[in-house]
Write a protein that binds this ligand. Structure first.
Ligand SMILES: [Zn+2]
Length: 99
């Protein structure tokens, strides 16, 4: 997937969707606000977490990697420069991942 650069990066497909979360529109993050495009909740929403867990049932380490990378991107998109703000984003996006 390459390195995150900016909102103009080719990582961003149509409608600000991130291709690594699949091509359907069920509980995936919209950018740059990182809210679920299905229900508007902070992503990952409850249904999004369940979906991600099912998708990565046989490779939980990949899910952890994906969510850490996503949290880094969200920090940039959301302008979270302060350590506390970054930590809050990481907690929300990474801490739920089953290990
Ligand atoms: Zn959702």
């Amino acid at each position: 997937m390459g390195v995150y650069k900016s909102a103009a990066s080719p990582l961003y497909g149509r409608s600000g969707m991130l291709p690594e979360f699949g091509t359907d529109t069920v509980h995936v993050p919209g950018t740059p606000d990182w809210r679920c495009i299905a229900d508007g909740a902070r992503w990952p929403c409850e249904a999004g977490r369940q979906r991600l867990t099912e998708q990565h049932a046989d490779r939980p380490a990949d899910l952890l990697t994906l969510m850490k990378a996503s949290a880094e991107r969200a920090c940039i998109d959301l302008g979270a420069d302060e350590p506390a703000a970054r930590e809050a984003i990481h907690r929300h996006m990474v801490d739920w991942v089953p290990t």
